[in-house]
Design a protein around this ligand. Structure first.
Ligand SMILES: [Zn+2]
Length: 184
C-alpha cells in the first residue's frame, strides 16, 4: 500500500513538473522542432507535428536534441536548457561548448550555462574566453564579469589587448563589473 502511494505521489509530482516546464508562460515547445507554440494548440505552427510529449522527461529530450543533426534544433535546445538547473544539463551544455564547431551554438551554450551555474563553471568560461569562437568568447567574457573574482582580472587585462575591438570592449566591461562587485 505504502509503496503504491509512493509511486502515485511520484507520478503526480512528475506530472506537475511537466506542467510547469511544458506550459511555462503558457507556451509549449514542439517536441519535433522546439519552436514555441501557444499552450492551447494541438499541432506545431512551424512543422505541423502533434504537440505531444512522450513520457520521457522534457529535460532528457532537450539534452538529446543537443546531438540532433539539424543545427537549428541544437541551437534552440541549448537556448531552452537555460531554464534547467540540473547537473545533467550543465554537463550536456559543457559537452556541446567544447564539441560544437558552430559559433552560435557554442555561444548560446555558454550563455545558457552561465545562466544556470554559479562559479563552478568559471574555468570553462576562462578557457572559452581565450580560445572559443568569437561570439562564444564574448559571452564567456561577459559570464566572467558576472562570476569572476578579482584574481581573474589579470586574464581579462590580457584580453583587453586582444586583436578584436569587440573582445577588448567586452573585457573592459567585465573588469568594471567585477570591480563594482568588490566596490573598488
Ligand atoms: Zn514543430
Amino acid at each position: 500500500m505504502l509503496v503504491f502511494l509512493g509511486f502515485a505521489a511520484a507520478r503526480l509530482i512528475l506530472k506537475l513538473l511537466k506542467y510547469v516546464f511544458y506550459k511555462k508562460d503558457m507556451k509549449i515547445y514542439c517536441p519535433n522542432c522546439f519552436c514555441t507554440n501557444e499552450s492551447n494548440q494541438n499541432v506545431c505552427k512551424e512543422c505541423g507535428k502533434a504537440l505531444k510529449w512522450k513520457d520521457e522527461s522534457y529535460e532528457d529530450e532537450l539534452i538529446k536534441a543537443l546531438s540532433h543533426k539539424d543545427p537549428r534544433i541544437v541551437l534552440r535546445a541549448a537556448e531552452i536548457l537555460s531554464d534547467f538547473k540540473g547537473d545533467r544539463t550543465k554537463k550536456a551544455l559543457t559537452g556541446i561548448i567544447f564539441k560544437s564547431k558552430g559559433p552560435y551554438i557554442q555561444a548560446t551554450a555558454v550563455k545558457s550555462l552561465a545562466n544556470i551555474s554559479s562559479n563552478e563553471t568559471l574555468k570553462i568560461f576562462k578557457k572559452i574566453a581565450l580560445s572559443g569562437t568569437l561570439p562564444a568568447r564574448l559571452n564567456a567574457i561577459e559570464a566572467m564579469g558576472k562570476k569572476s573574482s578579482l584574481k581573474d582580472i589579470d586574464l581579462l587585462k590580457k584580453l583587453e589587448k586582444d586583436n578584436s575591438e569587440t573582445i577588448k570592449a567586452r573585457a573592459e566591461e567585465a573588469i568594471i563589473n567585477i570591480r563594482k562587485r568588490y566596490e573598488l
